[in-house]
Design a protein around this ligand. Sequence first.
Ligand SMILES: NC(=O)c1ccc[n+]([C@@H]2O[C@H](COP(=O)([O-])OP(=O)(O)OC[C@H]3O[C@@H](n4cnc5c(N)ncnc54)[C@H](O)[C@@H]3O)[C@@H](O)[C@H]2O)c1
Length: 354
Amino acid sequence: MKKIVKKIKNFKYRIFFDENISENIFFKNYLDNISKTFVIITSKNIKEKISIKIFNLLQKINKKVLFIEIEDDETNKNLKTAEHIYKQMLENNFLKDTYIISIGGGVISDISGFVASTYMRGIGYIIIPTTYLAASDAAIGGKNSLDCDIGKNMIGTIYHPKAVFIDFDNFKFLKENEIKYGGSEIFKIALVNNKKLFKKILQSKDISKEILIESIKSKLKIIKKDQNDKNFRKILNFGHTIAHAIEKESNYKISHAKAVYLGIFIESYISYKKKLLSFKNYLKISTYLRDNDLLDNISTMNIDNLIIHISLDKKNVFENILLSLLKKIGKSVYNVRIDKKFIKNCLTRCLEVK
Ligand SMILES: NC(=O)c1ccc[n+]([C@@H]2O[C@H](COP(=O)([O-])OP(=O)(O)OC[C@H]3O[C@@H](n4cnc5c(N)ncnc54)[C@H](O)[C@@H]3O)[C@@H](O)[C@H]2O)c1
């Protein structure tokens, strides 16, 4: 099994890659050694094709396993779902030595990470991400979050998984849209910190293994500099203030992956209008997004409502809207203070011309 190991403070990040991991001896031994009891958190969509194989493997090596299936659309990424999981684990007598195995996209890994970090004050967990977005981003870096009525990702912790196992076979079950938009976080990572990766993306039609691995390495490098999101890691928020507002305003009908492309488009425009990014670079980004048909039509969205969501973003400080923006392709800045009126003008322009 190929692996990336990155030491971040006193913690070693371990990310393994292979095909068909449920048949892999290393994977089997890994699970055999870490615990006697496991809880698999997964969803209906992936249960039969993916998760059941891991369940069977755990049974074969005589582990106590509980299978918890949840609805994995964004509207269920909340405390109610977390409570449902805690309850099942408690009722079935799962104690502190339990390991959670998260099998799914970013919704499943966010919920699983949150539950792992809070159940009995914290238990071990591993992630098997099954979407490109989760493999490139949600599973990497230890952030987890739940949504609440007020906004997206408002509740959460930073709690690292003991390991991440990426099985390339799992991506073959993805629907067309999950593949089409699944590279949005990779595109973001390239824009904020890796110009070479940006060039590779422009030259490639798909999300290749090489692109995925390069993107993970880039993210780990950023996290190594600022594990707790106090300063440099904030560059990863590029595109996200607008993306989260769009998701919320659409009542989560627009997926996170799609919204991130829109957020990148609008925040690139803001970067250009703030005289941080050149027009040439803004054009390079917007042309890629248009040519690949990655911008959903949101021209009817209510801009005043978007501004309300943006004003409630958790990255703001003392009512100041703070954005992470681009200076160049591969270079970014964080904590840029932006006036509400300025954002409103940019939003109006972007929604018109898109
Ligand atoms: N914690 C972080 O650092 C972080 C980073 C980025 C995104 N996120 C979060 O991740 C979530 C988005 O994740 P996502 O894009 O993976 O979406 P998702 O988890 O909603 O999954 C998208 C859909 O694909 C299905 N699916 C997943 N794997 C599949 C497979 N292999 N085959 C077929 N169908 C499959 C799911 O059942 C779901 O219907 C958002 O909630 C976002 O906030 C978190």
